[in-house]
Design a protein around this ligand. Structure first.
Ligand code: FE2
Length: 313
């Protein structure tokens, strides 16, 4: 026996379980010595809710083993770039719940643009493009989109010098990192807002896509009769010193899957504004036939400017 083990045994606490009734309080007491206050709250609350769930449904050994198999299967076959835990969180609505809860807590009710999930395909290092430039780095068939973004504070004042990351899928629903036909960083760019808080870009209308239904997530969706689709959207991340980083997605308002987002990310606040179809002459060369315009206002609040780690290289 090591000194530290002897010390743990001698510090007076007991993990001895008398009976069913005493099990949960015993476990909670055993984790109550975590020194960090917030971590202690998170761990003991999670234990408390997990025990309550098991008691409420009268969980059997067989059911618990199935649940453990599910968690183990999530990790099996996962490699670099895969993030099945994030996919599970998205599919259970937890990612969106955390986004909306934190929005409410941080903004204190101030006018703001709702957050949405970062997703698994944001990359560092997309090229900086002048406002009005294109997201296309290789030929990308699709219906042209001219997008105007406006970044404001909660009082409506323009916010200049905000870095805006933009990334989206092709009309076929493929991100550049998933498609050998696309050039490096196709449909990805960074912009800087001007003195009037605006930025503009040219792109193509994105397409919706099915989320990868690797097992056991595919079975979960199938049992719930849930489609695996995400409605078409464009991802944005906006940051500037002194402002809370805004990670969000803006959705194609006419997408047929808008009301069945597998990830519950398509919230009411995040429909693409000013979405319009045009057939006349376009304001830019090289655009013929049907083209679209959209405008979106992004409202950022004061706070911490944190750029998250990229899920993929
Ligand atoms: Fe996406």
């Amino acid at each position: 026996m090591t000194d530290s083990q002897a010390h743990e045994q001698a510090d007076g606490h007991s993990d001895f379980v008398e009976d069913l009734a005493s099990l949960t309080p015993t476990v909670l007491a055993s984790y109550s010595r975590i020194e960090d206050e917030r971590l202690r709250e998170l761990v003991t609350s999670a234990i408390s809710h997990l025990h309550a769930f098991v008691r409420e449904v009268g969980l059997t050994n067989q059911e618990w083993r199935q649940a453990l198999d599910f968690v183990n299967a999530l990790g099996r076959g996962a490699g670099p770039g895969s993030n099945r835990a994030m996919a599970l969180s998205d599919l259970l609505g937890v990612s969106t719940l955390v986004c909306l809860l934190e929005d409410t807590a941080v903004t204190g009710g101030a006018h703001h643009t709702a957050s949405s999930v970062l997703g698994p395909v944001w990359r560092q290092g997309a090229p900086f493009v002048e406002s009005g430039g294109s997201l296309l780095r290789s030929e990308t068939p699709g219906e042209p989109l001219l997008f105007t973004g406006r970044v404001l504070d909660p009082s409506g004042n323009p916010l200049p010098d905000v870095t805006v990351h933009v990334w989206q899928a092709t009309p076929d629903g493929l991100y550049e990192n998933q498609d050998e036909e696309q050039e490096e960083m196709n449909l990805r760019a960074r912009f800087t807002t001007g003195a009037d808080g605006t930025f503009q870009f040219r792109s193509v209308l994105p397409g919706g896509y099915p989320i990868p239904t690797v097992e056991p997530l595919g079975t979960m969706l199938r049992l719930a009769k849930r489609p695996a689709w995400r409605p078409a959207h464009i991802h944005f991340m906006l940051h500037r010193e002194g402002l809370r980083t805004l990670v969000t997605q803006i959705f194609h308002p006419l997408d047929p899957h808008l009301h069945q987002d597998a990830a519950f990310g398509a919230t009411k606040d995040l429909m693409m504004g000013g979405f319009e179809e045009h057939t006349g002459p376009a304001p830019e060369p090289g655009i013929e036939g049907t083209w679209y315009t959209a405008e979106e206002t992004f409202v950022m609040v004061p706070g911490e400017s944190v750029v998250p780690a990229a899920p993929i290289e």
